[in-house]
Design a protein around this ligand. Structure first.
Ligand SMILES: NC(=O)C1=CN([C@@H]2O[C@H](COP(=O)(O)OP(=O)(O)OC[C@H]3O[C@@H](n4cnc5c(N)ncnc54)[C@H](OP(=O)(O)O)[C@@H]3O)[C@@H](O)[C@H]2O)C=CC1
Ligand SMILES: CCCCCCCCCCCCCCCC(=O)[C@@H](N)CO
Length: 324
């Protein structure tokens, strides 16, 4: 008996089957699995080749709304440490100046600047447009916008004051729409830019106590996905961050009224440190392509080509109009 026969008879004996070809379905399954693994590996390897160039933060102008406290402040520090020029946007001027001092400690060269702008990002679009204009005049066009200004409240649906529902939509949703609207035209003209929206784990899943907060964070995802499809041909990339509970003044404030259920549910995903969250979300915003995004890229590729075709057509008809 050859060694091959010995091998196959051992396996068939072991599996209590009398012919090797009964193994065929399993072998086919293995082959298919191997192909899938190989395909995913291939995607992983080509990700860096087909992804846009990472944004160099050195010398870039980064605007951080909510940059005077918590996660926003840490995002500003993270970008400053990589050589960026920073505009901090928030309402309270004292907190802004304090944050400016903290950020400035992390300078890597003596040209870097931290600019402070006091404005409510949620109340009046023309105000927001104005301050963004001022910031661009001082520090140049915005390369990256981080929409981090936001606030939260937790409580049972019927116990949350009715006007809070409107307030949270205004600050968390419109407060991200307005700054984005104010930078987008210049970004499109320059055919470059990054926009980050800071949502929350409570923006992926609705949870007890967050009937007012979650919807305002869900809304950011709808905005981000639709906007991304519009502006990808202009080489502008949008990211959404979904952090868990993070140790900030905002969380301390929220904890004052947090129902027991919300607390117990949130504890399952723990509390992060804001500098840790900042590192991750900044990296994701500047290096735009991991494995899952590569897969999403193929998935969305056909939609993108529609958008590109329309853009070309529209520009062609515009120049034709001008000639007439
Ligand atoms: N901490 C957490 O557990 C988590 C937080 N998030 C989100 O991250 C973001 C930051 O949270 P966190 O760091 O905890 O918050 P903080 O309360 O510590 O900081 C909020 C920042 O936003 C600014 N801000 C608030 N409202 C306005 C407004 N109307 N106009 C301009 N600026 C405003 C504040 O300054 P000022 O008050 O002076 O205007 C401050 O700089 C929020 O969007 C939050 O929803 C997401 C997941 C978890
Ligand atoms: C793919 C689906 C993932 C779902 C994960 C489920 C995790 C449950 C715990 C949720 C914790 C809620 C954190 C809210 C943080 C927040 O935004 C406020 N603290 C703001 O102040």
């Amino acid at each position: 008996m050859s060694s091959e026969e010995a091998f196959s008879s051992t396996i068939t004996d072991w599996l209590f089957i009398n012919s090797w070809w009964l193994l065929l379905p399993f072998i086919m399954l293995l082959v298919v699995a191997a192909f899938i693994v190989a395909f995913v590996l291939l995607l992983y390897m080509i990700s860096p080749l087909i992804s846009p160039k990472p944004l160099k933060l050195n010398g870039a102008h980064v605007v951080v709304t909510g940059g005077s406290s918590g996660i926003g402040k840490c995002i500003a520090v993270e970008c400053y440490r990589q050589g960026a020029f920073i505009t901090l946007v928030a309402r309270d001027e004292d907190k802004l100046l304090q944050a400016k001092k903290e950020v400035e400690k992390f300078a890597i060269n003596d040209k870097q600047v931290v600019l402070c702008i006091s404005v409510d990002v949620s109340s009046d679009y023309s105000q927001v447009e104005n301050v963004i204009k001022q910031a661009q005049e001082k520090l140049g066009p915005v390369d990256m916008l981080v929409n981090c200004a936001g606030t939260s409240i937790s409580g049972k649906f019927e116990e949350v004051e009715v006007d809070r529902f409107k307030k949270l939509m205004e600050v968390n949703y419109l407060g991200s729409v307005y700054p984005t609207r104010a930078v987008i035209t210049t970004m499109k003209e320059r055919r470059m830019g990054r926009i980050m929206f800071v949502s929350s784990q409570a923006g992926q899943i609705g949870l007890f106590g967050y009937t007012a907060y979650s919807p305002s964070k869900f809304a950011l995802r709808g905005l981000a996905e639709s906007l991304q499809m519009e502006i990808k041909p202009y080489n502008i990339y949008v990211t959404v961050a979904y952090p868990p509970d993070t140790d900030t003044p905002g969380l301390a404030e929220e904890n004052k009224t947090k129902p027991l259920e919300t607390r117990l549910i949130s504890e399952t995903s723990g509390v992060c440190q804001p500098d840790q969250v900042a590192k991750i979300v900044v990296r994701d915003a500047i290096v735009t392509m991991g494995l899952f995004r590569t897969i999403a890229l193929f998935y969305l590729g056909s939609f993108d080509s529609i958008v590109r075709r329309c853009m070309i057509q529209r520009e062609q008809s515009k120049t034709a109009d001008k000639r007439e």
